[in-house]
Design a protein around this ligand. Structure first.
Ligand SMILES: Cc1cc2nc3c(=O)[nH]c(=O)nc-3n(C[C@H](O)[C@H](O)[C@H](O)COP(=O)(O)OP(=O)(O)OC[C@H]3O[C@@H](n4cnc5c(N)ncnc54)[C@H](O)[C@@H]3O)c2cc1C
Length: 329
């Protein structure tokens, strides 16, 4: 493998990996991004109907997407951007089903996410106060808030100030006006159910799809693109990070074992700064693979919390549409 010298390694090229690479690259640090998935071309990633619908049906029938098809987003996106569960199986206790959406490609799930940018609320950081379940987070909303400000500004997020404690307002560049029907729908939700109604917070409508550029909501159209422009970032695709080893003197991670997914060969890479951004569960897998018990140079989980109290992503949606010609009353 032909790679230039680097000071830091970022594992994963999704939303998290993109920002990590950019943050380091802007400080003049040479970064190597390692991505398990392949590169995809813009037109290959787009949703093409009716081809995508046929692929989705095949994904359900062949069980390639047996679990992921339960995610509402699966029915809107190109199904090729969801990982093949026959090749990447996972298990769970029967009574505790878990839906794990995975995007194993350059850009990760930033190519499929809905682009809804809600902040966690202050209460979410100390949940046990409310329901007695789980530990408090080691950080607070106030500590995270400036980072939300930064990323909303970087992405150019639209939204309305709704003043709802559970979904704090962010730094928005403007509001996208509601359509007439959305306004009627919102007022009915308020008057009939007395629920607050908020407009989705997020990106401007899909302008970049028409322009044939990667959308700004993807790492490929924003953070990774900008990080590559610095000249400090190189990316290798189709390489899976298996585990890391600890330098006994410094007690820091200093060596990665990676697998070339095209020929199955393993290689070792030395680096003193390693950032695991492979998504919640895949990052956990790397950490578990690297634990002390399986490898004398592994790391020790002194907290005893590894693999517990984690969440990847859940989605609860109800899609419906109202024809432009039909007026809600
Ligand atoms: C359909 C859908 C809709 C969503 N909508 C929203 C939404 O509206 N709002 C919201 O806030 N969130 C949403 N989410 C969740 C959001 O997409 C994720 O939380 C976010 O993209 C996770 O980013 P990440 O960088 O941590 O992981 P990922 O985007 O999953 O990126 C991880 C990357 O690491 C790579 N990788 C994994 N393991 C390895 C390894 N061992 N070695 C090398 N590379 C590896 C993967 O191939 C992948 O490219 C949605 C998710 C889906 C699937």
């Amino acid at each position: 493998m032909d790679i230039s010298p680097y000071d830091a390694i970022v594992v994963g090229s999704g939303a998290t990996g993109g920002i990590a690479a950019l943050t380091l690259a802007e400080q003049g640090i040479k970064v190597l991004v390692i991505e398990a998935g392949p590169q995809v071309k813009r037109h290959e990633a787009s949703n093409h109907e009716p081809k995508s619908t046929l692929k989705r049906l095949s994904g359900v029938l062949t069980k390639k997407h047996a679990y992921q098809c339960q995610h509402p987003g699966y029915w809107k996106n190109n199904p090729d951007l969801y990982s093949n569960e026959l090749k990447h199986p996972y298990d769970f206790p029967k009574k505790k089903p878990f839906l794990w959406t995975q995007g194993k490609q350059y850009g990760g799930r930033s190519l499929t996410w809905g682009g809804i940018t809600l902040r966690l609320s202050s209460e979410d950081f100390h949940p046990a106060k409310k329901d007695g379940f789980g530990p408090n987070w080691p950080i607070s909303y106030d500590e995270l808030s400036p980072h939300y400000d930064f990323i909303e500004n970087f992405c150019g997020i639209y939204g309305r100030k709704d003043d709802i404690k559970e979904v704090p307002d962010g730094k928005y560049i403007g509001e996208i006006p509601l359509t007439e029907n959305e306004t009627v729908f919102g007022s009915k939700v308020k008057s009939k159910l007395d629920y607050p109604f908020i407009q989705s917070r997020g990106f401007d409508r899909n302008s970049s799809v028409k322009e044939k550029k990667w959308p700004k909501s993807s790492s490929l159209g924003s953070s990774l693109k900008k990080s590559l422009d610095t000249g400090n970032v190189q990316i290798i695709s189709n390489y899976l990070v298996e585990s890391f080893e600890i330098n006994k003197a410094t007690e820091l991670a200093s060596k990665l074992t990676i697998v070339n997914l095209e020929n199955g060969q393993k290689e070792e890479l030395n680096c003193d700064l390693i950032l695991l951004c492979a998504s919640t569960i895949s990052t956990l897998r790397i950490l578990l693979n690297s634990e002390y018990k399986s490898n004398s140079s592994g790391f020790k989980d002194n907290s005893g919390k590894l693999g517990k109290y984690l969440m990847d992503h859940i989605s609860i949606c109800r899609f419906f549409s109202v024809s432009k010609n039909k007026k809600l009353r």
